[in-house]
Design a protein around this ligand. Sequence first.
Ligand SMILES: NC(=O)c1ccc[n+]([C@@H]2O[C@H](COP(=O)([O-])OP(=O)(O)OC[C@H]3O[C@@H](n4cnc5c(N)ncnc54)[C@H](O)[C@@H]3O)[C@@H](O)[C@H]2O)c1
Ligand SMILES: O=C(O)C(=O)C[C@@H](O)[C@H](O)[C@H](O)COP(=O)(O)O
Ligand SMILES: [Zn+2]
Length: 369
Amino acid sequence: MITLDLVLPDTAYPIHIGRHLLTRTDLLCPHLPIHDAVIVTNTTVAPLYLAPLQSALEANGVRVTPVILPDGEAYKTSETLNLIYDALLQRHCERKTTLIALGGGVVGDMTGFAAATYQRGAPFIQIPTTLLAQVDSSVGGKTAINHPLGKNMIGAFYQPRVVLADLALLDTLPERELSAGLAEVIKYGLLGNAEFFQWLETHMPALRTRDMGALQEAVRVACRMKADIVAADERETGQRALLNLGHTFGHAIEAGLGYGAWLHGEAVAAGMVLAAETSAALGWLSPREVDRITALIAAAGLPVTAPDLGVNTWLELMAHDKKVEAGKLRFVLLHGIGDARIESGVPTSVLEAVLTGRRITGRGRTTPA
Ligand SMILES: NC(=O)c1ccc[n+]([C@@H]2O[C@H](COP(=O)([O-])OP(=O)(O)OC[C@H]3O[C@@H](n4cnc5c(N)ncnc54)[C@H](O)[C@@H]3O)[C@@H](O)[C@H]2O)c1
Ligand SMILES: O=C(O)C(=O)C[C@@H](O)[C@H](O)[C@H](O)COP(=O)(O)O
Ligand SMILES: [Zn+2]
């Protein structure tokens, strides 16, 4: 097992990464202020992993209330959130009852938001069960539910007390979900670690066949990078926005097609290709670099072409992005592999050309499709 620490001004917490951590109550129980916990999970994960966790906690004298949510991005809603509040109230849970998220990013984001708001803040633990959740969503304290018009529009920054990333849980993850997690892994290489990007180019086959050494290294590097970025900018007043690479486009795909049609990781993958193409159109990225990025995303089993939403719909959906300032879109764009920057003032003509697949010759000059 390896342990990383995320140190913030007001708090600090460990991120444990290894195999067979699910029942390690020695890592969990010290973070429970009272012997009362609610495990929030879903209908897919519960039959796989709820019983061992629940039994291990109960063997330590913890009262456990399971809450089993419907599965899917389409259920990341206020209605589903209410199911968590209902269970907390029905069981007379107190402010010191710990909410444990056992699942992927959807369960993690909703449980975190429930914890942030139940009696104005209850303790919260993340046990991520997807690759995406282990490399990204369980770390950093972004919690939220969706709105039909925009992703993660209602939420809070609220940090967990410990993150337990058990790599053995990935054995049961469907291949499509593994690929979705790889999108966020690639994001880390692209946004600030060219050496890691190159490592991914070599190790993508090993990652896709779930080589444990390769997976552990990918989770370690991603969590280390995210912890450092979040430690420096917890509430996204600056550089944390780099973690949004590909997301301005990606979130528009998710909301535009209806939540769940494309997985978050798939939408981010196509969004990162669009970000690369936009960067190339502005003369910041070479065609060779765009090809390398597209090839790695394809090698991860991810889409490299975005759906055709229509330019007006794209622009309308992207106008809800949380990075918008004074009505102006801001994008995370690339000045090289491993060199992402937050950019405003991208000409609409460039966006239109990229979104309609017109060929761009650099510095924003377009040629007809
Ligand atoms: N808070 C953040 O910083 C952050 C970061 C990235 C993504 N997100 C959010 O995370 C969500 C996506 O998360 P996700 O990709 O984990 O999707 P998800 O939570 O929907 O999980 C994917 C699927 O895998 C199933 N599953 C989970 N663990 C499993 C296992 N071990 N074995 C078999 N099946 C398993 C789930 O039931 C689900 O069907 C999105 O809502 C996204 O907005 C948040
Ligand atoms: O932690 C962050 O910061 C991120 O941006 C990580 C993203 O992968 C994640 O999808 C996040 O939820 C997107 O941020 P949002 O503020 O646009 O919802
Ligand atoms: Zn994401």
